[in-house]
Design a protein around this ligand. Structure first.
Ligand code: GLU
Length: 291
């Protein structure tokens, strides 16, 4: 039997806060309890927002919390060619298309539709779905615009991808960290519309690289925040298309900020380095998270 393999996968685009500490400690505890492994992955594909300083902060904070992970650490920015290989397969299958509409054009198109009384569909995060007008472009028009150097993102033709898979998709979601009971959740990639798989500025995206890496690192248990619960629908579709193994999932509760809302990287006072500077100990952090 393969050893249970967990991962903590922060993005170095800000300082770690209490929510990250909760996720990292939970992954470490679950790995320990199951005799499994804990891997660390640095999700740094956003080359403009991720910095070496934030990455150094991640190591400092995790070490301070006493978390141990197996080497080597996987840094996504070092594996762009691997994600490109997966994207090439989707291009060959014509399951992705070059999306040329800029944010401004997209916004204007949606505003116009809404002004004429249409309710524009939104994804589970509340973001309006991409209009997907470029799907109708002819092959020669696409080629011409690409050859002219027009910027574009590769978007998944979600309906076509679901038709290719042609079966109901589910995932296994544990009810709690003890993993005693699990249920099957229906995957709904359709709720997200045509998601970006390779950005204009980076030849991959969160969705593509996360499924690639969970497979390449042989992750058996994905333990992450509830804010990513619905995105698992897209991940299951990509896993099925690309014939990648299916991990089990546990989406844990989110740690609220001082105002009761979701924590973000801008909550400086719940940042781990700020708490450390204020004299808090790792044990106090753990106690705060158990409360
Ligand atoms: N890198 C993501 C984040 O920092 C987590 C991705 C995941 O766990 O799937 O929010």
């Amino acid at each position: 039997m393969t050893r249970p393999t967990f991962r903590f996968a922060p993005s170095p685009n800000g300082e770690l806060h209490l929510g990250h500490a909760y996720s990292a400690l939970l992954n470490a505890a679950m790995a320990r309890k199951t005799g499994g492994r804990l891997l660390l992955r640095i999700e740094d594909i956003d080359l403009t927002r991720c910095t070496p300083e934030f990455e150094a902060g991640i190591f400092r904070d995790l070490e301070w919390l006493g978390i141990e992970w197996e080497e080597p650490v996987r840094r996504q920015s070092e594996h762009l060619a691997e994600y490109g290989g997966l994207l090439d397969r989707l291009i060959a299958w014509e399951l992705v298309y070059p999306a040329f509409m800029s944010r401004g054009e997209t916004r204007a198109h949606i505003a116009q539709a809404e002004e004429s009384g249409r309710t524009w569909p939104r994804d589970p995060d509340g973001v309006p779905l991409y209009p997907g007008l470029d799907k109708a472009l002819s092959a020669s028009e696409r080629k011409k615009r690409m050859a002219n150097g027009e910027p574009f993102a590769w978007r998944l033709d979600t309906a076509a991808a679901m038709a290719r898979v042609d079966k109901p998709l589910t995932w296994t979601e544990f009810a709690g960290p003890d993993m005693d009971t699990a249920r099957k959740v229906e995957a709904r990639p359709d709720l997200w519309g045509d998601v970006v798989l390779a950005r204009r500025d980076v030849p991959t995206s969160y969705h593509l690289s996360v499924v690639a890496d969970d497979a390449l690192q042989s992750i058996t248990h994905v333990v992450r925040g509830l804010d990513l619960f619905a995105a698992t629908g897209i991940h299951r579709l990509l896993q099925e298309l690309l014939e990648l193994p299916e991990p089990a999932y546990f989406h844990h509760r989110l740690i609220p900020g001082p105002d009761g809302r979701k924590l973000s990287k801008s909550f400086r006072d719940t940042g781990l380095s700020a708490l450390r500077s204020a004299g808090r100990t790792p044990d106090e952090i753990k106690a705060m998270l158990e409360a």
